[in-house]
Design a protein around this ligand. Structure first.
Ligand code: UDP
Length: 253
C-alpha cells in the first residue's frame, strides 16, 4: 500500500506528508492491520522539520515512509504560506485515542515502548481504565542502550505479538530506531509518538482544549518546561517561518 502516492501529498521543506482527514487516516491504519501489511508512521511538526533541515538521515527516513502526518499549528501556517490547504491537523495526542477506541473493538494488540521508567505502567493502567477491553500486551521504558540492548527489547516486543508498537523516544531518535529495526519487529504498525506517554500517563498536563484548538498548545508546553523547550519554540518557530519563506522563494526561481 502506498498511501503517499495519493493526490493528498503536500511538501514543506522537502519533506512529504499526507493532507487527509482523521477519518481517512484511521481508515488507512485499519487497512494496514487488516491486510497484514507493515507500515511506519511519523508525525511532523515545525520542530521536526527544523531538525530535518540539518539532519539528512532523518529527512530521508521521513521521505521513505508512506505515513507522515502533519501535527501542529506550524505545519498549517507553512501550508498557507505556500498556498496550500491542509485538510487536518492530525496530532498524535488526538489521533491515538481514536485508534485505541477502534483497537479495543477490533482486538488490536498495543505495545508501549519509550518514556522514563514507570511511565508506560501508569499509561497502561490509565488506558485500561478509560478504554475497557483494550489490549496493552507489553511495555518497556525508553532508557535502554539503543546500541546494545535493542535486540533484547525487540525479542520482548515480538514475544507479546502486538499489531501496533508505539515508540516514544522523541524525534528524530524514535524515527531512526524504527527505521533501523522495523524489519526485526513483528508488528503491523510502528508509530513514533514523541511525548505522548507523558501526557496519557498523567505525568504531564495537556493544554486546555481551547488552547489546543487555537494552535497554542506549544505555548502551554513552553510554560510547563521553559528550560527544556525555549530553544525549540522561541528560536525554532520564527526560524521555521523564515526557512519556509526561503524554501518557497527558492522553489519559484
Ligand atoms: N525519551 C526516551 N528515551 C530517551 C530520550 C527520551 O524514552 O533516550 C522519552 C522522554 O522520556 C519523553 C519522550 O521520549 O517521554 C520525548 O518527549 P518530547 O517531549 O521531547 O517529545 P515531543 O513530543 O516533543 O517530540
Amino acid at each position: 500500500m502506498a498511501a503517499m502516492d495519493t493526490a493528498n501529498k503536500l511538501t514543506v521543506l522537502d519533506v512529504d506528508f499526507l493532507s487527509i482527514s482523521m477519518e481517512e487516516a484511521l481508515a488507512l491504519i485499519e487497512q494496514v492491520i487488516a491486510s497484514g501489511d507493515k507500515q511506519c508512521v511519523s508525525f511532523i511538526n515545525a520542530d521536526c522539520l527544523n531538525i530535518s533541515c540539518k539532519d539528512e538521515v532523518y529527512r530521508n527516513i521521513l521521505n521513505s515512509q508512506s505515513f507522515v502526518l502533519p501535527d501542529g499549528a506550524g505545519i498549517n501556517i507553512a501550508c498557507r504560506m505556500i498556498g496550500e490547504r491542509l485538510v487536518a491537523n492530525l496530532n498524535g495526542t488526538d489521533l491515538m485515542p481514536e485508534l485505541w477506541n477502534v483497537g479495543r473493538t477490533k482486538g488490536y494488540r498495543f505495545f508501549l515502548l519509550g518514556a522514563a521508567p514507570g511511565v508506560t505502567e501508569r499509561m497502561k493502567a490509565k488506558l485500561e481504565e478509560a478504554y475497557p477491553g483494550i489490549e496493552v500486551v507489553g511495555e518497556q521504558h525508553g532508557y535502554f542502550d539503543r546500541e546494545s540492548e535493542s535486540d533484547a527489547v525487540i525479542e520482548k516486543i515480538n514475544t507479546s505479538k502486538p499489531n501496533v508498537v508505539l515508540v516514544a523516544f522523541g524525534a528524530p531518535n524514535q524515527e531512526k530506531w524504527i527505521y533501523e529495526n522495523k524489519d526485526k519487529v513483528n508488528s503491523n504498525l510502528l508509530i513514533g509518538v514523541g511525548g505522548l506517554f507523558d501526557f496519557y500517563s498523567g505525568d504531564k498536563k495537556r493544554a486546555p482544549v481551547w488552547m489546543r484548538k487555537s494552535g497554542m498548545e506549544w505555548m502551554y508546553r513552553l510554560y510547563l518546561e521553559p528550560g527544556r523547550l525555549w530553544r525549540r519554540y522561541i528560536i525554532g518557530n520564527p526560524l521555521f517561518v523564515y526557512r519556509v519563506f526561503n524554501w518557497k522563494r527558492r522553489a519559484k526561481q
